[in-house]
Design a protein around this ligand. Sequence first.
Ligand code: BEZ
Ligand code: FE
Length: 289
Amino acid sequence: MRSVTKDNITDVFMSYLSADTDPRTREIMGSLVRHMHDFARETNLTHDEWRAGIAFLEGCAAIESEDRHEFVLASDVLGMSSLVDMLHSRDDATSSSVLGPFHVSGAPALPFGGDMKRHFGGPVLLAEGTIRDTDGAPIPGAEIDIWQTAPNGLYASQDAEQDTFSFHGLMTVGADGRYAFTTVKPVEYTVPSDGPVGDILRSCGRHPWRPSHLHYIVKAPGFRSLVTEIFPDDDPYLDEDTVFGVRNDLVMKYTERAPSEFPEGMALSGSITEPFLHVEFDVTLARDT
Ligand code: BEZ
Ligand code: FE
């Protein structure tokens, strides 16, 4: 086509796709390009503005590494990670939420009642619950991969002071589907904002804070794996999570309990002398059909 105009360029783009283009590729590329062209027409995008967009992508690529996933962070703060997640979340299961870039695979086994807090200061949190199927029956042998930041708001992979698997644990539940562990009360923290994604946040007058949370990946044979998070209901950033990860069913009450209420059979049993926090969070997994 030689008579390309600003009005027909989207159709011209589509006409360039070969007849045997995979139908899903045609659908996705067609929709993406149509929305991009509409965006440029709607905003009357200038050369300088489009160049700034390309410079943003180049800036992300320049700092992308094993430890720094700036494109994923861009997807997170633009709401795309959460939107794609919600498009495929099951209504009858626990909601999924963002994975984030700080999960470390291969965490050491954490036995039932085990402790992740160790020597770190801060309030003790006892987290427990049952892993169930959509009929409410426990799922024996389900596995929970748990991770969170230290009280300084940093994940192990961001912090030279922590060992590799600090605040990471992998628990396998027994026949009753129950899990329980102690940790430190999670704190709110900021996503990295010293790169191009930080520039976007600042240009939109947005902050980089996430409400405090615990991360879980829950897996069991025959079930869809679930990547999720739990948030306390009194966190100041609950309604303004910079990565849009909060869902109603993931907001839990952390209740304060007297030391005498701390259960037996846990790693910290007998050593709790201060009030501690308690949260009960059941997880429902959907069958993998
Ligand atoms: C996190 O919760 O670990 C996280 C999620 C998205 C971006 C950065 C961090
Ligand atoms: Fe996190």
